[in-house]
Design a protein around this ligand. Structure first.
Ligand code: SF4
Length: 858
């Protein structure tokens, strides 16, 4: 099987992948982002490329249509809205999932031909505050460093970044560097104790948004301990005095971290010249995210610790092409090639290059405002590409209603069923990863190719082509006449050359004569090039700016502060990772982490359901009681949609509050009340057939041989057998067992000797080994075995999956520990757990300390 060199479609690390049409997936040993490593999500890509659930033909109002009909209707309706209501009556909402070529054309169409800047992207939810912070400090949106800095640093400071789960391959690079150089120090700044703490010599447990006070205090400390680089500031930086004065008036203890830990952090930072500060959504997804970014940048600028090997601030992007979107002007307030929409010379140059009839003269609506404009009736036609705002935006229920309020909605997607797709008048089938050709840019400015290794299925088309076809139907065919993505990329590079006269960082000269087909992963402006060691900033005077930062006032919340984030093995709304059973096996249900003290006050026990709510909506989630989350705070993952759960989409309760500079929503800034969800019944079910999540509480997940479901409701069914058949969609012989000890009713449905479904119900959360139950589905098993709820001696139950890459369960790991595996490495040698991406190593370490060992023989 020949393998194709491509790039992972998930996070902003941008790992190289070798992929085959048979589902073979390997890390690309030659890709400089990962050198062959892959995390659990990347390693499972082969399980996500089937056609189950795919959108394979255009649809108009739910009926299959031809491409000609769908394109014509889209073009005509957008044209009519523009004619009748002006260019700002239409909008595009695109995605960090689409490729640079798609992004470039969507921007060209909206900004240069329609004449509006109403195009924004889900990257607004991810790193807009980093963009704004970079622009305020550097004069442009430049990430100064490269990944190699992680190996060269002597101190790595992680701020608001659960690297082990969200950027696992970078976590592994740092872990390996630290293993080689144990003197390397890692500090983790996070309100939660996350898996990333395994690397940390010091965990500063700040209050949410305490980072601004923490870094203001650091700046003050650096000044007081004579660590300021006066020469660098004199030559290259403005605003030092004002920034320091503001920093001096804030109290680092307001960060919420322990005083001694703060002093140790400051000492380490001051005494370690080679320091990298890595930050991501914990900094960005905040109502003061841009200020927090600048508080971090201030410390690096004041010490000149930027742009040299092992040194500098480093913003990590969430999505695979968030950076590419930034480069081609994917945000409503930018133009392509890092040019400014508000600069008339920049606008004129881009319009001239495009030969376009117009150019948007002012920034468009940012994501939250865009959907508010939909709610207000201002937007008459909306095109959503490769994203799911009805569930991923804050106030998701409100956004869902806002989309329904738009007279004409087009959704381009790879999947037939998404929460946003259900609201569309026109569905356009897009090619998926494995079928697409183009480029993406990762967090270190490295442009890599995504290459197709599968044919486009059905009538699916690449997004760049769909955009060009709509543009042609609107009358601009000549300007959108491309042979393929190479043609689009070449134009993007030529635009860079045509605008080189403007002093900007984004220089694509290195790609001018590049062979697109064989393009190697390449950083702009040159491989391994860092920025700003010798100044050269992009404000008109060539200097950087330090900003005076005032930390947010501490507020006393009347409810719980809700932090949201990601699971180790899932990506966004699970449309792809949800297909891989091994990825769902780690955390198969939506949950909320709650501190033991808070759980006791709410009378919530482990496994109970908790309802969180506020004025925006509500969600029901399984309680995970842990002091990893501080008292008064909750944490819930953002992956569950209405397709997978009945009422567990957490963005129903995240507020549409934004950072005033960047417009990025404060997705980690919700405040909710919480209470035990008083269910009358609970069910665990598994079936060879798909089950729909339609009860009061329901969460479904893929298993190897079908589906599993966790359910609960307020009113118990009259007949559990009838319920079981309706839920699981199964005919066959039914066996029922009432277990007096556990209080459970157990039902098995068997057809032709093969177990089709199991349904275990109880008035309390169902106690059962899920891994054992699902292992029986689709196998030949007796009713008695199926209903026993226990594994037999000769087939031990592996337990809940801990290592998704190698499919190793908790019981297997505990057995290995009891048999003498006394270290994470020894567990790996015995079970293979932790030997691929290593993201489960923190959990292995925790099991080492919590597993009861057998008593030594007398
Ligand atoms: Fe993909 Fe994992 Fe690499 Fe991110 S770290 S790009 S999800 S393989």
């Amino acid at each position: 099987m020949s393998l194709t060199r491509t790039t992972c479609p998930y996070c902003g690390v941008g790992c190289g992948v070798l992929a085959g049409a048979d589902g073979t997936i390997k890390g690309d040993p030659e890709h400089p982002a990962n050198f062959g490593r892959l995390c659990s999500k990347g390693a499972a890509l082969g399980q996500t490329i089937d056609l189950e659930g795919r959108l394979l033909a255009p649809q108009i109002n739910g009926a299959t249509a031809s491409w000609d009909e769908a394109l014509r209707l889209t073009a005509d309706t957008f044209s009519a809205a523009i004619r009748d209501h002006g260019p700002d009556s239409v909008a595009f909402y695109v995605s960090g999932q689409i490729l640079t070529e798609d992004y470039y054309l969507a921007n060209k169409l909206m900004k240069g031909f329609i004449g509006s800047a109403n195009i924004d992207t889900n990257s607004r939810l991810c790193m807009a505050s980093s963009v704004a912070g970079h622009k305020r400090a550097f004069g442009t949106d430049t990430v100064p460093g490269v990944y190699a800095d992680l190996e060269e640093a002597d101190l790595i400071v992680l701020v608001g970044s659960n690297l082990a789960w969200c950027h696992p391959v970078l976590h592994k690079r740092v872990a390996e560097a630290k293993a080689k150089r144990p003197e390397m120090r890692v500090v983790n700044v996070d309100p939660r104790r996350t898996a990333t703490c395994d690397l940390a010599d010091l965990h500063l447990r700040i209050t949410p948004d305490g980072d601004a006070a923490l870094f203001n205090g650091l700046l003050t400390h650096l000044a007081e301990t004579d660590r300021i680089d006066a020469a660098y500031i004199a030559q290259h930086v403005n605003g030092f005095e004002a920034a320091l004065e503001a920093a001096r008036s804030s109290d680092p203890l307001e960060s919420g971290a322990d005083a001694a830990d703060i002093q140790e952090f400051y000492r380490l930072w001051a005494e370690t010249p080679k320091v990298v500060t890595l930050y991501s959504q914990g900094v960005n997804q905040s109502a003061c995210g841009t200020d927090k970014v600048n508080a971090i940048l201030n410390c690096h600028l004041a010490t000149g610790r930027i742009g040299t090997p092992g040194c500098g601030p480093f913003s990590l992007t969430g999505q695979p092409n968030a950076m590419g979107g930034r480069e081609v002007g994917g945000l409503a307030n930018m133009l392509a090639n890092h040019l400014d929409i508000e600069n008339p010379e920049h606008r004129a140059a881009v319009q001239d290059f495009w030969g376009s009839p117009t150019i948007a003269a002012r920034p468009g609506l940012k994501a939250v405002d865009l959907f508010q404009a939909c709610a207000d009736g201002q937007i008459k036609a909306l095109w959503v590409m490769s994203t799911n705002p009805a569930v991923s935006m804050p106030d998701a229920d409100g956004v869902s209603e806002a989309i329904q309020n738009v007279p004409f909605v087009v959704v381009s997607d790879v999947m037939a069923r998404t929460d946003t797709g259900y609201l569309a008048d026109v569905l356009l089938p897009a090619t998926a990863w494995g079928e697409k050709d183009g480029t993406v840019t990762n967090s270190e400015r490295r442009i890599s190719r995504q290459r197709a290794f599968l044919p486009a299925p059905g009538e699916a088309r690449p997004d760049w082509r769909t955009i060009a076809d709509v543009a042609a139907c609107m009358g601009w065919g000549a300007a959108f006449d491309y042979d393929g993505p190479a043609d689009v990329f070449a134009e993007y590079v030529r635009l860079g050359a045509a605008t080189r006269g403007f002093d900007k960082d984004l220089d694509l000269s290195i790609f001018v004569d590049a062979d697109y087909a064989d393009l190697l992963p390449t950083q702009w402006p040159a491989n391994d090039r860092r920025f700003f060691a010798e100044g050269g900033f992009y404000h008109p005077d060539g200097k950087a700016r330090m900003l005076p930062i005032t930390p947010p006032a501490l507020t006393v919340n009347t409810g719980f502060k809700l932090n949201t984030g990601r699971n180790r093995d899932q990506w966004h709304t699970m449309t792809r990772t949800g297909k891989a059973p091994q990825l769902g096996a780690h955390l198969a249900e939506p949950y909320v982490q709650i501190h033991p003290g808070d759980a006791a006050e709410l009378d919530v026990a482990e496994g109970d359901l908790v309802q969180i709510k506020n004025g925006y909506g509500q969600a029901v989630l399984r309680a995970l009681i842990t002091d990893a989350t501080a008292k008064g705070q909750l944490f819930a993952p953002m992956h569950w949609t209405r397709q997978r759960s009945a009422s567990s989409a957490v963005n129903a309760v995240t507020p549409p509050v934004v950072d005033p500079v960047s417009g990025q929503p404060a997705l980690k800034g919700g405040v909710v009340s919480a209470q035990r969800f008083e269910a009358a019944w609970y069910v665990f079910a598994a079936s060879t057939a798909e089950m729909s999540p339609s009860q009061d509480y329901a969460a479904v997940a893929r298993i190897q041989t079908g589906w599993q479901a966790e359910l609960a409701g307020m009113t118990a069914p009259d007949d559990w057998s009838e319920f079981a058949r309706a839920l699981t969609g199964q005919a066959g012989d039914i066996a029922v067992m009432e277990d007096q000890l556990s209080g459970q009713t157990r039902i098995a449905i068997i057809r032709d000797g093969v177990l089709q479904a199991l349904v275990f119900s109880s008035t309390r959360p169902v106690a059962l080994s899920r891994s054992h139950a699902v292992s029986l589905i689709g196998t030949e098993v007796s009713a008695l075995q199926a209903l026993s709820g226990r594994a037999s001696v000769d087939q031990p139950d592996p337990g809940v999956t801990v290592c998704a890459c190698m499919s190793v369960g908790i019981n297997t790991i505990r057995s290995a520990i009891r048999e003498g595996a006394g270290s994470v490495e020894a567990i790996g040698a015995k079970t293979c757990a932790g030997t691929n991406c290593g993201a489960c190593k923190p959990e292995l370490a925790a099991l080492l300390s919590t597993t009861d060992l057998p008593m030594a023989a007398e």
